[in-house]
Structure formats: structure tokens, C-alpha cells
Ligand binder design. Structure first.
Ligand SMILES: C[S@@+](CC[C@H](N)C(=O)[O-])C[C@H]1O[C@@H](n2cnc3c(N)ncnc32)[C@H](O)[C@@H]1O
Length: 192
């Protein structure tokens, strides 16, 4: 039968903690697969903020949403996810149910446009102030591509240093395949 893929596991953990009417964030919209799944999860009464620094990625995401019926609850934001705390509605601070990162580059496009440790860590630092207690952060890491190993190490160091009272962090990884993508998730414990 096999274990779930890292992305499927991220979606499963999110679906267990977020639902109809919730506010959620896709920090890396890319081709829109995750954005669409989040939109379907929260439904028309929810809200999805989807960030990307490439217009072509947001165009792909919009096309995917339109093909699936539109989903006007999705806001596509052409900006660095490091600014997510300022970009979302102020009243949603401490109320967000899930924040999803899928790091690396957009498949089929310029591979030099890739997530960078500095902005990734900046964005991760904002997540704990945005999530509600019981909410979840998921981050899919790609140690197998150039620079991805350093970024994955930085994210692991950030998660390891997170006080357990703020969030409980877990790793989902295949130890026999060190270059394979893996998942870090953090469940928010309490608002500071
Ligand atoms: C692996 S892809 C995401 C895949 C996507 N979640 C999907 O379902 O198709 C990573 C995306 O992150 C975007 N990205 C890179 N740096 C970023 C940043 N600082 N802020 C927001 N998006 C960024 C890239 O442009 C790329 O589209």
C-alpha cells in the first residue's frame, strides 16, 4: 500500500484542522494545486490568500481555479510571502487555520526563481502570530536540488528552536532517501 506522499500528508493534516468558513494561506501558489485544494476545503464562506512572486504562477493558479468553477474566496497576491502578516486582513491575526508552504521552484518554469532561506524563514516567523491555537503550518522541503539542502536545514533549525509552548513540530521523512522531499509541520499551541 505504501505511505502517503509528503504532499498528501500535508493535505491530510490540514484537512483534519481546517474546514468550511476558515481562513487559510498558500505561501507558494505555483501551479495552484494546493491553492485549489485549500479553496475546496474552506468553501465559499472561507478565504484563501495565495502568494507567489511570479505572475506566471498566479496566472496558472487562476486558470486552475477558473476551470474548477472560479472560487472567488481566493485572493491571489503577487508578493513575497515574507510580507504575509501585513497582507492579510488585520482581524485574521491569530485566526488562520492553516498555512501551507511548498518550497523550491515552479515545475516547467525558470528554475533559478526558487524559494530562498532568508524570505522563507522570515515568512515562517510570521506564521506563529497568524495561526489560531490548533491551526497548522506545513512546509514541504526539497533537499535534492541546488540550495534546497541549505534551505531545508534552515527550516529544520527554525522548527527545532520553536518553543514547545508555541507549537509542536513534527517531521515526515524517508530516512533511506536523504535527497527525497520531506515535510515539516507545526501545530500551533497558544496565542502569545
Ligand atoms: C514548488 S512551487 C509551489 C507549487 C504549488 N504549491 C502547487 O500546488 O503547484 C514553489 C513556488 O514558490 C514561489 N516562490 C518562490 N519564492 C517565493 C517567495 N519569496 N514568496 C512567494 N512565493 C515564492 C515560486 O515562484 C514557485 O511558484
Amino acid at each position: 500500500m505504501g505511505f502517503l506522499s509528503v504532499l498528501s500528508m500535508a493535505h491530510k493534516w490540514i484537512a483534519e484542522r481546517a474546514g468550511s468558513g476558515d481562513a487559510v494561506i498558500d505561501a507558494t501558489a505555483g501551479g495552484g494545486v494546493d491553492t485549489l485544494a485549500l479553496a475546496e476545503l474552506v468553501g465559499p464562506k472561507g478565504i484563501v490568500y495565495a502568494f507567489d512572486i511570479q505572475q506566471s504562477a498566479l496566472d496558472r493558479t487562476r486558470e486552475r481555479l477558473e476551470a474548477a468553477g472560479g472560487h472567488p474566496q481566493v485572493q491571489l497576491l503577487l508578493q513575497d510571502h515574507a510580507g504575509m502578516a501585513e497582507a492579510i486582513a488585520p482581524e485574521l491575526g491569530g485566526q488562520v487555520a492553516a498555512i501551507m508552504f511548498n518550497l523550491g521552484y515552479l515545475p516547467g518554469s525558470d528554475q533559478s526563481i526558487v524559494t530562498q532561506p532568508e524570505s522563507t524563514i522570515g515568512a515562517l516567523q510570521a506564521t506563529m502570530g497568524l495561526l489560531r491555537p490548533g491551526g497548522i503550518l506545513t512546509c514541504v522541503l526539497y533537499p535534492g536540488h541546488p540550495g534546497g539542502d541549505l534551505e531545508a536545514a534552515a527550516v529544520e533549525a527554525w522548527a527545532s528552536a520553536l518553543p514547545q509552548l508555541v507549537g509542536q513540530a513534527v517531521l515526515y521523512r524517508q530516512p533511506q532517501r536523504s535527497a527525497a522531499p520531506y515535510l515539516i509541520a507545526v501545530e500551533k499551541r497558544k496565542n502569545g
